[in-house]
Ligand binder design. Structure first.
Ligand code: FAQ
Length: 311
């Protein structure tokens, strides 16, 4: 029976069809998905903080409404992804505890501070841009609930990306001081954005197996290259300089060459040593603890309703 199930699993992958929650799957496949989906969900939730810090300081009512909506979308993505993880048998409460205990990761990118309002625009442009680049192929990921979640998430993130770019375009048409704020934000976020794609392929322990299982559809370096190629013309149009002296078009390769990110920095940030790691996790823990009464009230209410419908 086990051999038949395994064969069915492999055949489903080979036909480019989806694995669904009730299908048999190897333990490693399930574990890898829970790991990746949980990290992704945590990233969305922790990712609310850097921009969230600017909601009360947005320069106009319009910018405030837009930012509030974007940050709410991120909460929605997080919840959506936790639901996808639950289809694999994970428990949401347990995942949250693993996050606040530092046993599960979230994206390195959210461990950097947002120093000016231009950072809000640059996060939309570069960070959502990188997220889209990474996630569009995940719409074809082999696990059904994850792939389907990505379709909606990517649509909303495309909107977030345009929102950021439009904000930056507006600032670039403003004063010299505003243009300098944009350039400063680009200088600070460019390299961390490239690190979002993960370590270089030669140093990425999970890529080969995840590609074989068709969870990932491209390697980290392939997607990083795609992001650079996509972003360079946008930077030109915007009138900012990307802070990489080695960045240039390579006619032969048909791609841009670019410098090497500081991989030691990525390792440091992933293992808790980034500028804002402690603050981000502490804030998440406090929100979780402060929200305990809401969860208790909701559970008590549900129990009461259930009791009533039994009578
Ligand atoms: N940060 O072997 P690989 C967003 C870890 S977008 C932290 O290459 P894999 C939207 C990796 O987990 C951000 N950790 O691993 C938004 C592994 O550790 P483990 C979230 C990283 O999984 C925008 C180890 O290093 N997006 O939130 C990072 O094959 C704006 C070895 O690496 C996703 O999660 C990193 N940058 O490839 C929200 C996308 N890179 O678990 C708010 C889905 C690597 O073995 C505002 N995830 N690690 O202990 C993926 O595509 C993959 O998981 C990768 C990593 C590509 C991130």
């Amino acid at each position: 029976a086990r051999a038949a199930a395994e064969e069915h699993f492999e055949a489903t992958l080979a036909r480019e069809q989806r694995i669904e929650p009730r299908d048999w799957m190897p333990d490693g496949y399930r574990r890898t998905l829970v790991r990746q989906i949980a990290q992704h969900a945590h990233s969305e939730i922790i990712g609310m903080q850097p921009e969230g810090a600017w909601i009360t300081r947005a320069p106009s009512l319009r910018r405030k409404a837009v930012l509030l909506a974007k940050v709410q979308d991120e909460a929605g993505h997080g919840l959506y992804l936790y639901s996808a993880a639950e289809t694999l048998g994970a428990d949401r409460q347990d995942l949250t505890e693993r996050l606040v205990d530092g046993r599960q990761k979230y994206s390195s990118i959210f461990n950097y501070p947002t120093l000016s309002f231009a950072d809000v625009g640059v996060i939309g442009w570069l960070v959502d841009g990188a997220a889209i680049c990474n996630q569009v192929p995940l719409c074809r990921s082999s696990y059904g609930p994850y792939a389907r979640a990505m379709v909606r998430v990517c649509k909303e993130e495309s909107f977030h990306q345009r929102q950021g770019y439009e904000l930056l375009m507006t600032m670039m048409r403003g004063t010299q001081a505003q243009r300098e704020m944009v350039q400063d934000a680009v200088d600070r976020w460019w390299w961390p954005s490239l690190m979002m794609f993960g370590p270089p392929d030669a140093d990425s322990p999970n890529t080969a197996q995840s590609m074989a299982w068709r969870i990932k559809r491209h390697t980290n370096d392939e997607l990083r290259q795609r992001f650079v190629d996509m972003t360079v013309p946008q930077a030109e149009k915007l009138g900012v300089t990307l802070p990489d002296p080695e960045l240039r078009w390579n006619e032969e390769r048909g791609h841009h060459d670019f410098g090497t990110p500081d991989w030691d920095e990525l390792k440091r940030v992933i293992s808790g040593g980034g500028p804002c790691n402690a603050e981000r996790v502490e804030r998440r823990r406090a929100a979780h603890e402060d929200g305990a009464w809401v969860r208790e009230a909701a559970a008590a209410h549900a129990a009461k309703q259930a009791e009533r419908s039994r009578r």
